[in-house]
Design a binder for this molecule. Structure first.
Ligand code: DX5
Ligand code: ZN
Length: 217
């Protein structure tokens, strides 16, 4: 069954509590939170105090996507803010193995994100340590961008790597997910779909989430 992770980046930040309540009462599996530092990506968004506030009302696990340089510096702060999953970019970690083990030791589930131009095979020697791999299907930094079709080939390649290595890593996709792009992603082997503008731009976000899940039945 496909899982949906609504991205709060496309929510109305003046009504963030209402957005979290919507996700709580929806069929979403987790809440995706995009942290940006203005260095790794050309945008600045949510930080630790806001994640902490979200965690006090969230009833679903927080999937924190760290679009920051050297995210290993922030493992304890992400954990203390209430994250269950800490998602770090392959491109942002000089010592990825160390960061992954630090995240696990801190009590969170480690995940690694790949930018659109980063090959799946760069994960071969770390895949067994990862609870989740996030494939970016847009260049990170902004919501509402168009899906990059080459992602489908990467999903199939990642699925093959997971099977070959006997790992239980979950495949998550982020960027340009909607009812048009989701079917091929599900078919290719995605497990979790992040959706920002598709969910929060919908007249009925509950239905938008349910419609994605229903594609898979
Ligand atoms: C982009 C973020 C995404 C973003 C997706 O850098 O990582 O999570 O919110 O937005 P949509 O679903 O609108 O492409
Ligand atoms: Zn994201």
């Amino acid at each position: 069954m496909i899982q949906v992770a609504p991205s709060l980046l496309s929510a109305d930040f003046a009504r963030l509590g209402e957005a979290v309540s919507m996700v709580n009462t929806s069929r979403a599996s987790m809440i995706h939170i995009d942290v940006m530092d203005g260095m790794f990506v050309p945008n600045i968004t949510i930080g630790f105090p806001v994640i902490k506030a979200i965690s006090t009302i969230a009833e679903k696990p927080l999937d924190v996507h760290m679009m920051v340089a050297e995210p290993g510096r922030y493992v304890d702060r992400v954990r203390d803010a209430g994250a269950e999953i800490m998602n770090v970019h392959w491109e942002a970690c000089t010592h990825l193995d160390r960061v992954i083990h630090t995240i696990r030791d801190a009590g969170m589930r480690p995940a690694v994100t790949l930018n659109p131009a980063t090959p799946v095979m760069f994960l071969r020697d770390i895949i067994r340590e990862l609870d989740m791999v996030l494939l970016m299907s847009v260049n990170p930094g902004f919501g509402g961008q168009s899906f990059i079709p080459n992602t489908l080939r990467k999903v199939r390649e990642l699925r093959a790597l997971i099977e070959e290595t006997g790992s239980e890593t979950v495949i998550e996709i982020d960027g340009g997910v909607n009812l048009s792009t989701a079917p091929a992603l599900i078919e290719a082997g995605a497990d979790v779909l992040v959706a920002g503008s598709y969910v929060f731009g919908a007249d009925n976000p509950h239905k938008a989430i349910a419609d994605l899940i229903e594609l898979d039945v």
